[in-house]
Design a protein around this ligand. Structure first.
Ligand SMILES: NC(=O)c1ccc[n+]([C@@H]2O[C@H](COP(=O)([O-])OP(=O)(O)OC[C@H]3O[C@@H](n4cnc5c(N)ncnc54)[C@H](OP(=O)(O)O)[C@@H]3O)[C@@H](O)[C@H]2O)c1
Length: 280
């Protein structure tokens, strides 16, 4: 089966290429050099020529604070309206489209978390752009997968961001004491687990619609860092602080657990983290 992966050089994209390629699919990997999803006509032509049966859109612009500080147009174009271009093109060739969104579309007031059909209420420009993207899914055959706090092998593109796990490992080489925000409760998610679950959703022929896919459980940034250092045997003193200790341009949800009511749970985030740390 022919699968087109867009954003194939990103953190999730490269994992999707491995996952689908390793399981017998014919994988076509496109990133910015091969397709700019903001260019409607180009997207329609390239996808019509290729005729994939499955399209996975892992392309995005994720610089949450930069977006808040002045890159709104770029965010709306890539995360928002470009999703409509891909969705329309998917409709033309009758392909199934998989697209990803974020826990940040919720306002973070629900201590117990958010179900798939709960009403989003974005509180940052990034989140607003991702919600516009969700609403651009117009072809009939789509899976919208919301996820959170990705970690895994760093993307190989120029200027690729390190995940929180890699940032913490680097910090431990330079500092023996760190202040960490003990707020903003959500689920760290290993990209390998997300890529595998994406394939399973397709292969299990789940009904089209919205899915929440994260590793099980949740933590604050402080809780996450504590586990990273414990599992990697690094001796770093951690001081829990409030979010107001490090003011950032974009507002983050205080509680944004994504409740999964439609799929079997994935292993706990601590277990996935331990596996990832073994690769470091
Ligand atoms: N990372 C997280 O913690 C997180 C959390 C929740 C949800 N998500 C969602 O999960 C998905 C995957 O995220 P990720 O962290 O793997 O992203 P990523 O590493 O930033 O990868 C995104 C890829 O898309 C490419 N791209 C950007 N603009 C494009 C365009 N106009 N046309 C084609 N390709 C373009 C990027 O290229 P350049 O790098 O060259 O720009 C990059 O290779 C996204 O939908 C994201 O919003 C991520």
């Amino acid at each position: 089966m022919k699968v087109l992966i867009i954003g194939a050089k990103g953190m999730l994209g490269q994992e999707l290429v491995q996952e689908f390629g390793g399981n017998g699919y014919e994988v076509i990997s496109w990133d910015k050099e091969e397709i700019d999803i903001t260019k409607k006509e180009d997207v329609r032509k390239k996808i019509s020529d290729l005729k994939p049966e499955i399209i996975i859109n892992a392309a995005a612009y994720n610089a949450v604070d930069k977006i808040e500080e002045g890159e709104k147009d770029l965010a709306l174009a890539v995360n928002g309206y470009a999703v409509g271009n891909v969705s329309e093109a998917a409709g033309v060739v009758d392909a199934t489209l998989i697209h990803y969104s974020t826990d940040y579309v919720f306002d973070g007031k629900e201590i117990d978390g958010y179900k798939e059909n709960d009403e989003p209420n974005p509180e940052s420009v990034y989140a607003e752009s991702k919600l516009i993207g969700e609403r651009q899914l117009k072809n009939k055959k789509f899976y919208l997968i919301r996820t959170s706090r990705l970690f895994g092998k760093q993307a190989e593109t120029e200027g690729a961001k390190k995940s929180f796990v890699d940032v913490m490992i680097k910090c431990a080489e330079e500092k023996d004491c760190l202040e960490l925000v003990d707020e903003e409760f959500s689920s760290p998610t290993y990209v390998s687990d997300l890529a595998k679950r994406t394939r399973e959703i397709i292969e299990w022929k789940k009904p089209f619609g919205i899915y929440h896919v994260t590793n099980a459980g949740g933590c604050t940034w402080y809780g996450w860092a504590k586990k990273i250092f414990e599992l990697s045997g690094k001796n770093v003193k951690l001081i829990p602080v409030g979010a107001d200790r490090f003011p950032r341009p974009a507002k983050r949800p205080k509680y944004s657990l994504l409740l999964n009511t439609k799929l079997p749970p994935i292993r706990k985030w601590e277990e996935a983290l331990a596996e990832y740390l073994k690769t470091k």
